[in-house]
Design a protein around this ligand. Structure first.
Ligand code: EPZ
Length: 419
């Protein structure tokens, strides 16, 4: 595991084109299994999680080649229907392959995803959706074995708007016979991107972005070229960094409505944000106001849980106190202890974090606890005096495409060092 060495205290200035969305490309890579022939995904970010997904596709028998941000997947030669434990352990969200493998081959075997750094990660909603479409499921030695000679479309009600379960249900329904209507579906922009890919490949799907998604299964799927949407959480991360350090950041070719709640919170904190088409410019003095009312994470279109850590980091030197309430994951504050080692004043009580602004952060050695928590440490280090050394940065590399080089284009003093 490498480390990031950051000398903070500088304002940042510059213009960025944000990478393709990790949480969009992962389900779309699974969707490529449904298409016999070679599909092309453009604007694919270079991430460890994408590498893990490509390894799974290759293991299944697909031909996968990558040229820069273009990824070609030919699933004609798919022969396997299982994802082995070592590949499942590389990325817990590999469960997203379940519906597509089952839909394509009639069988799917995955090792049960363990917990992760965010807390228990159950998949009961995924499995219930597949049962509703006619799959039989059994647990065999720590694996889930799913079988369905032919999936049949049916009404699916999700008891909570799970992103992954919505995506798995969509992917399984595409090759099912008949109509599937998913109600209480997750509404995240990444699900709209998945629908757009599937429709471009020939599926008949509508309603993504609303709580009701309708799929007419059994349509002929054909290879397609598709450009992945920009990553709204990465955008939120870099905006949070400049909000804390002070300076000016232009983000090009983004979709501001994908993270309106983040933009709103940063404006309340005193940042000036202007939108011009698909571009956004933020300027900040670096001395933010407290954000009120409390920042509550919610399923989309609420405030995204993935942006909570970086906004907490941006708030640590604010004038006043900001309250955060994490409603999605049980264990999403593991990074807070590391921020406090840098001088932050954050009190935790269950799902509530109370951030009282301090005058200064001081660089020190810290350790990334998870993907977005690690990104929060980078944000804080950029706003801290002196040197910060962040270890366990493999967590960060799961979701950020060369974060050090990206931040250096804004004038940050940050280098990656092999440990
Ligand atoms: C997706 O995870 C994202 N990951 C997460 O991003 C994101 O935080 C999350 O959606 C919420 O927006 C990818 O898209 C790869 P959920 P997912 O199913 O699908 C519970 C990042 O940092 N639940 O909406 O796993 C679950 O435990 C990652 O990029 C069940 O109880 O999220 C959690 O508390 C982190 N049973 C809540 O629902 C289930 O069957 C939300 O989970 C499924 C989920």
């Amino acid at each position: 595991m490498g480390k990031l060495k950051i000398h903070g205290g500088h304002t940042l200035e510059g213009s960025l084109q944000v990478q393709g969305a990790k949480n969009s490309v992962l389900p779309i890579l699974a969707a490529a299994i449904l298409v016999r022939g070679e599909s092309l995904l453009q604007n694919c970010p270079d991430l460890k999680d994408v590498d893990a997904a490509l390894s799974i596709l290759r293991y299944l028998g697909c031909t996968v080649t990558r040229t820069g941000s273009d990824v070609h997947i030919d699933s004609t030669t798919l022969t396997r229907h299982d994802v082995p434990d070592e590949l499942m352990r590389e990325m817990r969200s590999s469960v997203i392959f379940l519906g597509a493998i089952l839909g394509r081959t009639g069988e799917a075997t995955l090792s049960l995803p363990g917990g992760c750094e965010l807390g228990p990660r159950p998949i009961d909603l995924h499995l219930e959706a597949l049962r509703t479409l006619g799959a039989t499921l059994e647990e065999v030695g720590g694996n889930i074995v799913c079988r369905a000679n032919q999936l049949v479309g049916a009404p699916i009600y999700l008891t909570s708007p799970s992103v992954g379960a919505t995506e798995n249900a969509m992917l399984a329904a595409v090759l099912a016979h008949g109509e599937t209507v998913i109600t209480n579906a997750a509404r995240e922009p990444e699900i709209v991107d998945l629908q757009n890919f599937l429709v471009a490949a020939g599926a008949e799907i509508s309603g993504a972005g609303t709580p009701t998604i309708t799929i007419q299964g059994g349509r002929e799927m054909r290879p397609v070229a598709y450009r992945i949407m920009p990553d709204r959480i990465v955008a939120a991360t870099y905006l949070s960094a400049v909000a804390l350090t002070g300076g000016r950041l232009e983000l090009r070719d983004i979709v501001p409505e994908h993270f309106e709640t983040v933009i709103h919170a940063l404006r309340i904190a005193g940042c000036e944000i202007t939108l011009h088409g698909q571009d956004l410019t933020l300027t900040s003095t670096g001395r933010l106001e407290a954000i009120s009312p409390p920042v509550m994470t919610r399923p989309y279109p609420g405030f995204p849980t993935d942006a909570q850590p970086c906004l907490v980091a941006a708030s640590v030197k604010s004038k006043g106190t900001t309250v955060f309430i994490e409603n999605i994951f049980q264990n999403r504050y593991r990074y807070v202890e590391e921020l406090c080692r840098m001088g932050a004043d954050i009190k935790l009580e269950g799902r509530v974090a109370v951030v009282t602004g301090v005058d200064r952060l001081v660089g020190t050695s810290v350790s990334a606890t998870d993907l977005r928590g690690g990104a929060a440490l980078v944000v804080a280090a950029l706003g801290a005096e002196g040197e910060t050394l962040i270890s366990e940065v493999d967590h960060i590399d799961r979701g950020y495409d060369d974060i050090a080089a990206t931040l250096r284009t804004l004038g940050a003093d940050i280098v990656y060092i092999e440990s």
